[in-house]
Design a protein around this ligand. Structure first.
Ligand code: SF4
Length: 360
């Protein structure tokens, strides 16, 4: 096998956007249409389901309900949407701000074994960018939803955006999640992408110190998983020969409310650019999903992105850990895809590996 040629895997997950609307207005959000109420139709859902049927021969597919805020379609509404996939080998997960969680939602999550991911950035003062539509803090509403999940014994994970990754705050940040009741936390350092154009460049040394401090806090009380630390520990346990990682491509289709499909990066969905057009590779109402994936990966911007990943593999000593970065970061930071380093990879790949390693 040519280890330099990209190897495309069967998509383990498909992201579906049941609605574009969101009930919050986080200042770092990348979604362009979060104030518009567009809802996915049964025709789109059925087209996706028929596309998944072929992939299912090779194992389950995770359906990730992501928005907007997916809970805005209502528990009965999302139940009916999920029902379009009954009979297929799928697992449902939802990424939510947690504000609307109530008994009806908990019943749905339990009955359908939905994996629940809640977006919360840490203790109250860490959530200053998570505002409701009135411009007021949303933290208390999210914590009410989390309390309901705990009361009903619904397992959940957390995802946090960290806008100010100061090493001195890492312990307090970790302690919050360790007692929150979540199974794990994913730590996203704020990124410059989508409609969030805030500069996210940071000192790599300082970022490594943040990751090291977070790892130290986790090691002292490892009651939950920290996704990023897990990535590093898995990588180190693999003990791969330097340069041994090939280019593996997860197509990661995102199906928008209207059936449009964007590959590789949910952050590109819904965007237009003068050079590339709208980044979508087609619509499931016109072309089966597997055919869209095959053809879409050969279009201009994915081809350029894969050229950038190949360049990463040639020049970057962190490629074996990183794998070559994400299209959204490359495009929104550089205006093109065939590039290598980004603030994202310096903050969340290079500094991460350095920081966790420093604690070993
Ligand atoms: S760390 Fe950055 S430059 Fe290195 S492989 Fe990853 S994306 Fe490419």
């Amino acid at each position: 096998m040519d280890t330099l040629a990209p190897q495309v895997i069967r998509p383990p997950a498909v992201i579906l956007q049941p609605t574009t609307l969101c009930n919050l207005d986080c200042t770092y959000c990348y979604l362009p249409f979060r104030k518009l109420k567009n809802t996915m139709s049964t025709e789109v859902l059925d087209a996706v389901a028929s596309g998944l049927a072929g992939w299912n021969e090779h194992g389950p597919t995770e359906i990730v309900w992501h928005g907007g805020e997916p809970m805005l379609v209502g528990a009965a509404g999302l139940d009916a949407m999920m029902a379009r996939f009954d009979g297929l080998d799928v697992r449902h997960s939802i990424q939510t701000n947690g504000v609307l969680v109530d008994d009806a939602w908990c019943e749905l999550f339990t009955r359908r074994s939905v994996h629940v991911g809640v977006s919360v950035d840490g203790p109250e003062e860490f959530n200053r960018y998570r505002l409701n539509l009135a411009g007021r803090p949303s933290w208390a509403q999210t914590m009410r939803g989390i309390a309901k999940l705990r009361e009903r014994d619904v397992p959940f994970s957390a995802i946090a955006v960290v806008s100010h990754p100061f090493p001195a705050l890492a312990q307090e940040f970790y302690d919050f999640f360790a007692q929150l009741g979540c199974t794990s936390v994913g730590v996203n350092i704020e990124e410059q992408e989508g409609v969030n154009t805030r500069h996210t460049g940071r000192s790599t040394v300082r970022m490594a110190d943040f990751w090291a401090a977070l790892t130290t806090a986790w090691r002292a009380n490892p009651v939950i998983g920290v996704r990023e630390i897990g990535y590093v520990l898995d990588h180190l346990a693999r003990d791969r020969a330097p340069g041994g990682r090939g280019i593996w491509v997860d197509p990661l289709p995102t199906v928008g409310w209207d059936g449009s499909v964007t590959l590789l990066s949910p952050e590109m969905a819904g965007f237009d650019s003068p050079e590339y057009g709208d980044f979508a590779c087609g619509n499931v109402l016109e072309t089966p999903l597997p055919a869209l994936v095959d053809a879409g990966l050969r279009e201009r911007w994915p081809t350029e992105f894969l050229a950038g990943v190949a360049r990463c593999r040639e020049i970057c000593t962190f490629f074996d850990f990183c794998g070559g970065g994400h299209p959204g970061n490359k495009y929104f930071e550089h205006g093109r895809f065939d590039v290598t380093e980004t603030d994202y990879c310096r903050n969340s790949k290079i500094a991460l590996l350095q920081g966790v390693r420093a604690t070993l």
